[in-house]
Every structure is written in structure tokens, then in C-alpha cells.
Design a protein. Sequence first.
Length: 294
Amino acid sequence: MPAISPAFSSSPLLFARLAAVLFTCVTFSLVVHCGSYGGGSGDWCLFCWCFSFVGSLVVLLVEVLGLQSRAPVSWRNFPITFATYAALFCLSASIIYPLYFLKDQYGSSGSSRDYRIAASVFSCLATLAYVVEVSLSRARPGEVAGYMATAPGLLKVCETFVACVIFVFLDHAYERHAALKWCLAVYCICFIVSATVIVLCVGECTGCLPFPFDRFLSAYALLAALLYGTATIIWPLFNFDSNHLAVRRDRSCGQGRSLCLWETLVAVSVLTALNFLLYLADLFYSARLVFIKV
């Protein structure tokens, strides 16, 4: 049996991962126990916690048992990539779960409500644990590390996550005008390329490319920033400007559990602007980063 890694036996990173495993386990256990996870939003939250728990447990076992060299992925890139996704998943669940399950008919008094409050608190603690893990794992100036541990690598994870949320809100809103289909193309192209970069880094396949990977990253960051810049302008212009079949906020908005069309269009506008800022930051860091291949 492999020996426990002595360098990892008492590190702050170990305690952060242990906390993440503990908090996510407690969170989904509380939710399952009280049975308050029905519907699409509840299922998503439960998936976030279970996915984070299982992944963190695997990373923890590999680290403690010293099996990094036997892993089929780059261990300089995989743990921090997973931790960043888990932080974003748990953050979304920490917002969605109390929003949908601590109000209206779900907000009745009793032990069930106490379980839901406790689950919300532990979900926030799990998010904090993952943020600490990412902070401890990220590359420091002058340190040799994998690409995913650098600022551009972490931004790639955030960019793909935000794009996924945009896809959830899009539905068929892009069919209203040809210009909105351009925005859909921007979201899809940038998501696919960013996701491919992450897969290449985690799978240690960057050396197989017929061109310098660091130059490709800089060129892509510039292209993606330009594309998202156009979408940041076009999406709200063709949805809210009175000259382009503007969508008005009707009385039904904010009344039900689901978002109305106007609210989803506003959400996509905000998320598009957020991703534009992320790609700008990606461009800034990629332009000045000296990438050290794993």
C-alpha cells in the first residue's frame, strides 16, 4: 500500500480539502434528510454538493496516498481546476437553495426549516473552503506551476462556468433577431475553445499541438475579448432598444418562481458583460505570462 505523503500530512491544503469534504457531505445529507430538494433548482443544488463531495474525496485520497504519479491527468492542473469548479458550483447552490427553499410555502416553521437553514449555512462554508483551497493552490510569482494554477487558467474555468449559466437563461430568446444569433455563436465558440484549453491542460496534451501553446492562448484571449465585446453591445441593444422589438417588463415579472422573459434577457446581458470583463482580464494576464509547460 502506498505510504502517506509526508509533505501533505499536515499542510493547510489538507485541512482545506478535509473541510470541503466535510461541509459538502453535511450539506447534502441535511437536504436529503429533510427532503427539500424537489424541482429543477433543488436537483441542481443537490448535484452541486454531491459532485463536489465525490471529487474532493477522490483528490484527497490521491494526495494522502501519494498516487499522483499514477493519475491519468496532470496533477499540477487537475486539483485546482476541480476546486475552482466546485467553488462556483457551491456558490451557485448557496444562492439558489435559500432563494427557492427558504420562502413562501417552503419557509414554514418547524424542524424542516431548521434543516434547510443549516444546509444553506454549510453550503456557504463549503464555498469558503473551496475558495481557500484555490487560494492555497494557485501559482505564486516566479513559481513553476501548471497553467490551470495561473490567473489565466482560473479565468478559463470562470469563463466556461458563466457561459454555461448563459446557456441556461438563453432558451430560445436568440431566435427573435438575426443579430442575437451572432451572440449565440459568440457564446458557443468561446465556450468550446475555453473548454478545449482546459481539457488539453488537464490531459497534458498541450505539447501535441503544432503551434506554441502560449502564443495561441494570447491570440485567443484577444479574439474572445473582441467577440464578447460585440455581444455585450448587441444583446441588450436588440432586446431592450425600442427600435428593435424591445421586450417590456410586464406585471408577471417577479411574481412566480420562474423568471419572466424580461428577467432572463437582463440576466444574459449582465452575464455577457461579466464574461467580457473576464476575457479582458484573461487577455491582460496572458499577454504578460511566461508559460512554463508541465
